[in-house]
Design a binder for this molecule. Sequence first.
Ligand code: MOS
Length: 722
Amino acid sequence: ATRDAQGRSSESPVLPLHAAPDPQRSAGPREPSVGTDRRRVDAPLKVTGTAPYAYEHPTTNPCHVWPVLSTIARGTLIGVDASRAAAVPGVIRVLTHADAPRLRVKADAGLWILQGPEVHHRGQIVGGVIADTPEAAREAAELLVFTYDEAPSKVELDPDDPDVTTAKVVLMRPGSETKGDPEQGWGEGVHRVDATYEHTAHYHAQMEPHAVIATWHEVSPLDVRATRLTLQDSNQGPFPHRLLLAPLLGLLPHQLDVSSPYVGGAFGGKAFPHPHLVLASLAAKIVSPRPVKLALTRQQMFSVVGHRAASSQHVRLAADAEGRLTTVEHVSTQAASRVKNSVDHSCMSTRMMYATPNRHTEHRVLELDVPPSTWMRAPGDFTGMFALETALDELAHTAGIDPVDLRVRNEPDVDPENGKPWSTRALVACLQRGAERFGWDERQAPGQRRDGEWQVGLGMASAVFPNMHMVTFAAKILFTGGRYVVQLQASDIGTGAHTVLAQIAADALGVDPDLVVTDIGRTGTPMAMVAGGSSGTYEWGNSVVAACEAFRRKHGLHPAEGASATGRSGPPKGSNKYSRNAFGAHFAEVAVSSVTDEVRVRRLLGVYAAGTIINPRTARSQVMGGMIMALSGALLEESYRDPRFGHIANGDLASYHIAAHADVPPIDVEFLPEHDPWFGAKGSKGIGEIGMVGTPAALGNAVFNATGKRLRSLPFTPSALA
Ligand code: MOS
């Protein structure tokens, strides 16, 4: 068994190191913990550098595997000269498709590596070098000579390409839908907007790059069912990793153990397994029982772990003289990989945000010779609401109506997509409270406000994030050592899950939160959804409450050592009768230099109606993080894929810019009081991603107000404003 920093076996519950109970604090009468400020219980470990991350788990005599990435965008690998690589001291094995172990079930085409000579994109894993040290593996990898038969490739998104197709299904709903007669609605419009909004691919840049330690235990050659693979990984939850990797590797689910106790950033890029995990697993099988370590470089991440696909979004809005929408059309065309086609649901928020008698929304894809894309924080809603909320600002300007007022005038009574009543919808309250708090009435006509060399403007946009709770999962409570251990396959990706799940459990059990320990982020606990879709707190929270209630029913107030109970929960009964979403409003003040054309953000406000706030401190950090990531995408993040060679020309953090502290202004956050019984047991909604949604539009709308220049492509760089 592998052991953690405290020498505990990974086969017993991995009680987090931050779990020491404080008898003083747990004594006496107590108030509810939900709704109160609580510091993250893992904070001391994080800030002192003692939380063990994937690559840091103690191992004995590990090997290292270095991925070899293709240098063409499309073609066939026809020759490998490994003579110099194999001669590097410490090299154990060079892996290519010719001799790699076979994979079994193609559970995910993006994971199907080293099984044939075909190259589907630049940066595909086409080989690996296993060595005693990472230095030897890397040196040998650079000495490998691959020969390719190169085929013509296409890597750039062109929405007018004849190969563009309409996606049939997106987010389990039709990829394309039409209501009423959009053409007629367009004709009836007094005020109109017809514009296209674009952005390049965005790349994941977690502080902790993707890393893993893989160990393959062949217990007995006579009993393959005794084989076990352990992955000490950095991910958003074991569930999809076991689901996809086990069949791929020819293992039964229980033969694959996945753990991920601490994660240095994820943002959707660690929700699903990526092909480096397959390489590490295959290498581990070869050198079994030696563990194999793999940490991707920043540059390798640009092709191996997924990205937010480039998109081009055509929006047409028409409104009557009073600004009431007569038609809404939104066609989003996205770049997709020929290997695996995943489509962001960019038009979904357009279907439900505003009232209109006529609507057409459509998701289109163009398959290219590029790596598979993946989730990236607020997938779909980020891109779609950039387009819709900028178009609304254009409509407001054209119609001479205040942008806040325009949105209020188009507030729907029920969900325009499906006619369902709202579980709760306080968008108008967020807009009005935000306008008041931000000083929106000081906004002037475009290009009027100056501060020395700076042109100053205000902008706003709505925000939304849907409920993603669909199936039933479970949680378990175990009483041991005088503490209640919450067990489920949840994951704390930096959100505060350890902290808020303990708060939820403490209230459900009627004990001090210091008596509750979270044992999450590993298989061997009840199955739960990944930390994704902003669903963790309300969805896991539901299961935790169910488990706590089952525990008290079964064991009473004075449980014996080792007492346990499991509880299951799905979405609250009857909740599918309602349209369930969190809402918000973003307000921004920007200054644009008339000397350099740079955009500086001066103030940013987010007002949210997002259900019960379990912990105001961690909630505020979540939405601030979302706003900062959106600011980064709006002002800085831009990738260049070379059409000749198919690689990202700025594939490192020196040239792919992400926001630094100096780019981030004071950020103000307010949560409106709200309780929504149709998400989770505590009335909470999701807050992980809503800070991303609409923020780029708020910034771009502020740039328009400052300068009179309308920017429709992210990012808003000096060259875009020049
Ligand atoms: Mo998040 S992009 O839903 O993992």
